[in-house]
Design a protein around this ligand. Sequence first.
Ligand code: DCP
Ligand code: MG
Length: 413
Amino acid sequence: EDPDAELAVVSLPSYACQRHTPLQHHNKGLIGALSILAENAELSENEGRGVAFRRAAALLKSLPQEIGRAGQLRGLPCLGDHSLRVIKEVLEDGGCREVEATKESEQFKAMKALTGIFGVGPKTADRWFREGIHTPSDLQRSGHTLNRAQQAGLQHYDDLNLPVTKAEADAICLIVERAVGEVLPGAEITLIGGFRRGKQTGHDVDFLITHPEEGREEGLMVKVVSWLEAQGLLLYQKTTRNSYLEGKDGPARPPSNMDRFERCFSIFRLSAEQLRRTTHSTTDPSSRVNTDLHTVPPQSALRRSDSSAQMDGQVRVESSVWSQGSGSRSWRAVRLDLVVSPYSQFAFALLGWTGSKLFERELRRWAVHERAMTLSSHTLYDSRQKLYLRAGSEQEIFALLGLEYIPPCGRNA
Ligand code: DCP
Ligand code: MG
């Protein structure tokens, strides 16, 4: 018998879609270390390695307590040799050399900075890195021809690399709701992505739009985008057509995570005024009645109304982006993604766009390997019965997959 043998703190299933993964977890140091290695692998386009580190990190996120000794992990799934080595080193030495070396590496820093430009992926970033371009300023000076997305990305670099708060997402939600209501009454809009999982900040805001009468949603995206553009609310937009009906995504093809809805990638111009209106109406109902918005000094509405904002008489503003330099800013840029789905596919779209990315990947992997099914953001195909399975809710899809229902807040893998 191994004298170090210990029982695992808990027993957990191996697919992330079989477990609850909360937003708040108990192993921040270990998860931080594994996430750096995952990010580095993804930036190096080593997908398999990236997924292995992500799976290990997700397993730790679903543990109910902090790990003190590596022995406590015995018998748990998802922890490969490399991840276990990193975990042991962090637990025993308080840090991991490979992680520290990665964080300090010029290549990692440059790849992060360059892929932080909207419109720039790892391939382009790597090409530029090898030409000696390490930062957005280097790129600006290089005189490279950039596409429209990259130009906008460079122009709004600082804003787009600052987290988007829930209050900012709510403010944008009100405006998109209004746009959708004007161009197609009865259309429904749902906040998806990380905010639906309960995150308080995100890198963008994602919405799913549909209409209860099948077919009414056709052409909706163009109308919504035109409305927003006419109001001067979009700093950039690229709309892609629904190509699902063109038959490129049938079950004969390998399952793809790129779905084929009408989709719009945009950069939204959120004004301080728009944010103030929402902050007042959602967190401070009294002010909605009594306050003339135009007489309120710009910064007051950007304050948090909860008591946590009060620190030694100082008031923290909602997001540092609003108080840069001497004065307060009148607007900021926010990444906004819109997706339109036919009503019959809404449950699949909702499940497919709520994330997290790893949770989605695990759902598809479970479907294929454990159920001989193909799951996408449009449909679920059963290869044994040779038929598409319908579902009107996320709960039904989990049931069809033979999985316990995991609510959005438990999908933070
Ligand atoms: N998604 C996916 N695969 C992709 C792109 C997106 O599965 N290639 C799904 C899962 C994501 C969701 O769409 O959770 C939204 O994508 P985001 O990149 O916005 O991810 P999050 O909203 O989860 O993260 P953040 O809070 O940083 O925006
Ligand atoms: Mg998002």
